[in-house]
Design a protein around this ligand. Structure first.
Ligand SMILES: [Zn+2]
Ligand SMILES: [Zn+2]
Length: 425
C-alpha cells in the first residue's frame, strides 16, 4: 500500500490539474481524492509526501535500446531499466536490434523473462518486421504478438523495400499492431555521419540531406494510405517529414510520430567532432528544430521518445566518423522537455505530460489514466528544483550523453510501477 499525498495531479486523460491524494493498493490505483479526504487510519502502508511536486500518469518511452541479448557490455535490461526509472519512466519499449534480433517468439520470451527477473520498470518488446531485420522475408509477427510484442520495427534501419513494407503493414493491420519506421532512404544516407549542410562542409564530414528521412516518410505515408495500417514515424527530425505527418493526419490516416529530446534541443551546428553528438537521424538544421517544436506544441507530434542508445565507452571514444550512432536518453528527457518546451513558454505542463503518457499510450492502443482500477504506474517530478546531470552517476553501463554536466530546472523525483516505489530521488 502506498499513499501519495498532496501532489499536483496532472492527468491529460481526465483533464485534471489539481491537488490530490492518490492511494495505491496491490498493483493498482484504488482511490483519488482531494487532499485529506482519504481515511488515514485505514492506510497502514508507505506515505510519500508529494507537496510541491507534480504527480503524472506513468511515463512511457516508445523507443529505447536495452542491448540485451547480445551487447551486454553496453547495457542490460537491468541497467537500462534502472536508468529509465531514474528518468521517471515506468514503461519502456525496447527495439529489436539485439543479437540475436528479436524476430521470433523465443527471443521475445527471453526478453520478457529477463525483464521479469531483473527490470525496474515495465519492458514492452518491439518485434522485428523482417527476419534478422534484413529486409528480405517478413518476420513471425503473429507468434511474437502472442508472446507479447507491442509493435514491429526494423529500427536501426528502415524496412528495406516498399513491397515488404506493404506486406508488413497488411499483416500488422490484421493483428492491430503499429508499424514503427526508422525512416531513412539508405542510398541518400550512405556513408554520412551527420546532417548535410554548412556545418558538415565546414567540418569536412560526409552529410546526409533532410530528404534521406522525408523521402522514406513519403513512401510510408502512401503505403499507410494504401493499406489502412497504423504507421508510427520514429525519431522524426526533419521539417519536411513533419509536414507529411501533419497532412496525413488531416486526411484521417492513422499516422503518428515521435520526436527525441536531442532533436528538439540541439542542431547540427552543435556538432564539433564530438562523438556524443553523433546519432541517427543526425542533429538537424535550425529550421527543423523550430518546426519540431511547433509540431510538439500544435499536436502533430504524438510522443516524446528517447531513442536511448547506449554504447560502451570503448566503442564511442573514437574519432567522430568511426563512432557508432546513438546517445543516452532516459535521465535527461523530462528535464530537457521542461527546459526547451515548458520553461521556454512553448507548451503547457498538461501538454508535456500528454507527450510522455497518454500520447505514447495511444500510439500503442493503450490507456493511461490516474483513476481507480487503473495500473499503479505514476511519475512524480519537480517543476523548478535545480539539479545537475552527472552521467558518472548513471546506472547505465554507457556514458555517451552530450548533456553531461548540464544544469536543469525541474526533473524526475520518483517512479512508481505496479504500485511499488521503484525510484526515489
Ligand atoms: Zn532508428
Ligand atoms: Zn532507435
Amino acid at each position: 500500500m502506498l499513499l501519495i499525498r498532496n501532489g499536483r495531479v496532472i492527468d491529460p486523460a481526465t483533464q485534471t490539474d489539481a491537488l490530490r491524494d492518490v492511494r495505491l493498493d496491490g498493483d493498482k490505483i484504488v482511490e483519488v481524492a482531494a487532499p485529506g479526504q482519504i481515511q488515514l487510519d485505514a492506510h497502514n502502508g508507505e506515505i510519500f509526501d508529494a507537496t510541491g511536486f507534480i504527480v503524472a500518469p506513468g511515463f512511457i518511452d516508445l523507443h529505447a535500446h536495452l542491448r540485451e541479448p547480445g551487447q551486454e557490455s553496453s547495457e542490460t535490461i537491468e541497467t537500462g531499466t534502472k536508468s529509465a526509472a531514474r528518468g521517471g519512466f515506468t514503461a519502456v519499449c525496447c527495439m529489436p536490434n539485439t543479437k540475436p534480433v528479436n524476430d521470433n517468439a523465443s527471443v521475445t520470451r527471453f526478453i520478457l523473462d529477463r525483464a521479469k527477473a531483473s527490470a525496474s520498470v515495465r519492458v514492452w518488446p518491439i518485434g522485428a518486421a523482417s527476419v534478422g531485420s534484413k529486409g528480405e522475408a517478413i518476420a513471425e509477427i503473429a507468434a511474437m504478438r502472442d508472446a507479447g510484442i507491442v509493435a514491429v520495427s526494423d529500427d536501426g534501419k528502415p524496412i528495406a523495400t516498399a513491397k515488404l513494407t506493404r506486406q508488413v503493414m497488411d499483416y500488422c493491420l490484421s493483428l492491430d499492431l503499429p508499424v514503427i519506421e526508422h525512416s531513412e532512404d539508405v542510398s541518400l544516407a550512405a556513408g554520412a555521419v551527420m546532417r548535410e549542410g554548412v556545418t558538415s562542409t565546414r567540418l569536412g564530414l560526409p552529410g546526409m540531406p533532410a530528404a534521406a528521412e522525408s523521402v522514406c516518410v513519403a513512401r510510408d505515408v502512401q503505403l499507410a494510405e494504401l493499406t489502412g495500417a497504423r504507421l508510427h514515424v520514429a525519431h522524426l527530425s526533419a521539417k519536411a517529414s513533419l509536414e507529411q505527418v501533419r497532412s496525413a493526419k488531416s486526411r484521417g490516416l492513422r499516422v503518428t510520430c515521435e520526436v527525441t529530446p536531442h532533436h528538439f534541443t540541439l542542431i547540427d551546428e552543435d556538432v564539433q567532432y564530438d562523438s556524443r553528438y553523433k546519432m541517427n537521424p543526425p542533429l538537424a538544421a535550425r529550421d527543423d528544430r523550430k518546426a519540431l517544436i511547433e509540431g510538439l506544441a500544435d499536436g502533430t507530434v504524438d510522443a516524446i521518445a528517447t531513442d536511448h542508445a547506449p554504447h560502451e565507452p570503448a566503442l564511442k571514444d573514437v574519432e567522430f566518423d568511426r563512432a557508432p550512432f546513438g546517445v543516452l536518453g532516459f535521465e535527461t528527457a523530462l528535464a530537457l522537455a521542461l527546459e526547451q518546451l515548458v520553461h521556454a513558454g512553448r507548451i503547457s505542463l498538461m501538454r508535456l505530460v500528454e507527450l510522455f503518457t497518454t500520447g505514447p499510450a495511444k500510439v500503442l492502443g493503450m490507456e493511461r489514466k490516474i483513476w481507480p482500477g487503473q495500473p499503479g504506474d505514476l511519475t512524480i517530478f519537480s517543476f523548478e528544483q535545480p539539479w545537475t546531470y552527472d552521467v558518472k552517476q548513471s546506472p547505465s553501463k554507457s556514458r555517451n550523453s552530450p548533456f553531461d554536466g548540464r544544469q536543469f530546472k525541474g526533473g524526475p523525483v520518483a517512479a512508481i510501477v505496479a504500485g511499488r516505489m521503484i525510484h526515489k530521488k
